[in-house]
Design a binder for this molecule. Structure first.
Ligand code: PLP
Length: 386
């Protein structure tokens, strides 16, 4: 269907931080399929895991025990201090599971119309419930009636959350991204998540974090909330989990982990042997390559290099990032930079109209980071001087 405004190139091959199109032209990939191929393309550990498991057992059903799923759940819980996992095929489905847990948690407490607090400029997916949770009218328009039960507050504003608490006795949970990705790489105050944790504890709400874009070492820790030293009650992940193999998960802790009972939720494919084996191999590769350290170091290097390159460029109004999640904000709409970058052998993204979003492979080499800085600097300077 006609759902994407596609770029006119066909990518047919990848290796590490590079991809090639059908004409043989080579591109530096500073987007990695929107934070998915964080280990780079055609990573040998991931490819081997796909080959081995697909020759052994691809799929059974969640009506049987799945050892690969139990192994992956155990690993994710040990990395996050969570207690249990529900596996999905995508990020939106992981958020659907989180929304269902929050609602049932409310019903179990006698709240008949549970409300989840969500943020302006957020992005949680394209299913009906997740687009209703999303704070972007463009994504919702035309799909009304929206799913009810969401109260919206400005991002990075805990007073607004407290205000909703005063007026709405039906609140059961808060759902936010630790750093808003689609919304423009919006990084909240360092105490934001800690304060949400406190509010949720005071009121017996579930703190739910959408780490679909920020998770799996992207920001310099395994998960972005770990910079704050808190643990959420629910966390959703997907994207980089299988380095391109589709898999997501909703992780839950304590009382949130006890909400679902047999029959409350399910998925045919979610958590099948192939997906789980590939995700375990992906996590092992991140661990082996210490990608969270690489993301921190290369991310800091990129931000400092961009700051130096644009120090005299007043049209670049902000350069921000955490690890390899970097936004360069211009004073004007700049969607055209995407095709200008393609002409110059570089893949980037522009989000929130004015923000160049960079989500490069975490194990990108220094020479590639330098290539990214020099190509992008040249393109941005040419764009604003036209
Ligand atoms: N949540 C966040 C923060 C995302 O960035 C995305 C995708 O961009 C999603 C949810 C939806 O994930 P998916 O496209 O896998 O359904």
């Amino acid at each position: 269907m006609n759902t994407y405004g596609r770029q006119p190139i066909s990518l047919v091959k990848g290796a590490g931080s590079y991809v090639w199109d059908s004409e043989g032209k080579k591109y530096l990939d500073a987007l990695c399929g929107i934070a998915v191929c964080s280990l780079g393309h055609a990573h040998p550990t991931v490819s081997k895991a796909i080959c081995e498991q697909s020759a052994t057992l691809i799929h059974t059903s969640n009506v049987y025990r799945i050892p690969a799923q139990e192994t992956l759940a155990g690993k994710l819980c040990s990395l996050t201090d969570m207690d249990s996992a529900f596996f999905t095929n995508s990020g939106a489905e992981a958020n659907e599971a989180a929304i269902k847990i929050a609602r049932m948690f409310g019903h179990n407490k006698g709240i008949q119309t549970p409300t989840i607090i969500v943020a302006d400029n957020s992005f949680h997916g394209r299913t009906l419930a997740t687009l209703s949770a999303t704070g972007n009218r463009k994504i919702q328009a035309g799909f009304e009636p929206l799913v009810s039960g969401f109260a919206r507050v400005p991002f990075n504003d805990v007073d607004a959350i407290r205000e909703v608490a005063k007026n709405n006795k039906n609140v059961v949970a808060v759902l936010v991204e630790p750093i808003q990705g689609e919304g423009g790489i919006n990084i909240p105050n360092p105490s934001y998540l800690n304060e949400i944790r406190t509010i949720c504890d005071e009121r017996d709400w579930l703190m739910m974090l959408d780490e679909i874009q920020t998770g799996i070492c992207r920001t310099g820790k395994w998960f972005a909330h770990q910079h704050s030293g808190i643990t959420p009650d629910i966390m959703t992940i997907a994207k980089a989990m299988g380095n391109g193999f589709p898999i997501g998960a909703c992780l839950a802790k304590g009382k949130a982990a006890e909400v679902f009972k047999p029959g409350n939720h399910g998925s045919t494919y979610g958590g099948n042997p192939l997906a789980c084996h590939v995700a375990s191999a992906t996590l092992a590769a991140h661990e082996k390559e210490n990608t969270h350290v690489q993301a921190k170091n290369t991310g800091e290097y990129l931000v400092s290099q961009f700051k130096a390159s644009f120090s005299e460029t007043s049209e670049v109004i902000d350069i921000r990032g955490l690890g390899m999640m970097i936004g360069i904000e211009l004073d004007r709409p700049c969607a055209e930079l995407v095709s200008l970058a393609i002409e110059n052998n570089l893949l980037i993204n522009v989000t929130a109209e004015r923000v160049v979003r960079l989500l490069p492979p975490l194990n990108m080499e220094k020479v590639q980071a330098d290539e990214l800085v020099s190509t992008l600097t040249q393109i941005v300077k040419a764009f604003i001087s036209r």
